[in-house]
Design a protein around this ligand. Structure first.
Ligand SMILES: CSCCC(=O)C(=O)O
Ligand SMILES: [Fe+2]
Length: 187
C-alpha cells in the first residue's frame, strides 16, 4: 500500500484540511526517501505480536516504545500540545512514528524548502531523520493513535526553526548534498 504525500498550497486555511495545490501535485515515496525518510506499511491490528515490527525494532535499535492517543478531551493541554506539534522544528534524533488508528498529517520540508504533506493512516510507520524541519497536525477526523519509538532514553526536545547551526541540522544538510550527488568544491 502506498503512502500518500503531496506538495502543499500556500493558503492559510484550517491546518486540518488537505491543502492540495491546484492541480494536485503528488510526491512519490522515492522523493521522500531522497530527503531521508523511511517508510513501512505494517498490520496495525497485530502490533503486539508483529514479527515484522519486531525485526525493524531489533535492526534499528528501537528499544523504547510508548503509545500516544491524540483527540480532544483525552489529552492534557491538548490545544497547547497541538500548537507545539504544528510549529516547525527539528530534533537531535530520528522521529519514529507508527500509526495504529486514525490518521494525521506530517509535513516535511523538501530540498527546495517547500512543504510536503504526508498523510499517515493506520499501518503506516515513518522515520523522519534527525535535523529535518517538520511539523504535525491532526486531519479533519480529529483522531490518531501513534506508537512512538526511540533508541534508548527518549528525548522529545523540539528546536524551533531557524536552527541552521544545530549539529543535527548540519549533518542532515551534509547528507542531503552527498546523497543527491552534488559535487562540493574541494578545499
Ligand atoms: C504527535 S507526533 C508528531 C509531532 C512531532 O513532531 C513531535 O512529537 O516532535
Ligand atoms: Fe517532531
Amino acid at each position: 500500500m502506498a503512502l500518500e504525500a503531496w506538495l502543499m498550497d500556500e493558503s492559510g486555511e484550517d491546518q486540518r484540511l488537505p491543502h492540495h495545490r491546484n492541480p494536485k501535485e503528488f510526491v512519490p515515496l522515492s522523493k521522500l526517501e531522497e530527503i531521508g525518510l523511511l517508510y513501512w506499511h505494517l498490520n496495525p491490528q497485530n502490533y503486539e505480536n508483529d514479527e515484522q515490527l519486531k525485526k525493524i525494532r531489533e535492526e534499528r535499535g528501537y528499544n523504547y516504545m510508548d503509545l500516544l492517543d491524540l483527540c480532544p478531551g483525552k489529552v492534557q493541554n491538548y490545544e497547547e500540545k497541538l500548537k507545539n506539534f504544528f510549529t516547525e522544528h527539528i530534533h537531535g534524533d530520528e522521529e519514529i512514528r507508527y500509526c495504529l488508528e486514525g490518521s494525521g498529517y506530517f509535513d516535511v520540508r523538501d530540498k527546495d524548502d517547500q512543504w510536503i504533506r504526508i498523510w499517515i493512516k493506520a499501518g503506516d510507520m515513518i522515520v523522519l531523520p534527525a535535523g529535518i524541519y517538520h511539523r504535525f497536525t491532526l486531519d479533519t477526523s480529529n483522531y490518531v493513535k501513534l506508537m512512538r519509538l526511540f533508541i534508548g532514553e527518549p528525548v522529545w526536545t523540539a528546536y524551533n526553526r531557524p536552527q541552521e547551526d544545530h549539529p543535527a541540522r548540519q549533518s542532515y544538510i551534509k547528507n542531503l548534498f552527498e546523497n543527491s550527488g552534488v559535487a562540493l568544491e574541494a578545499h
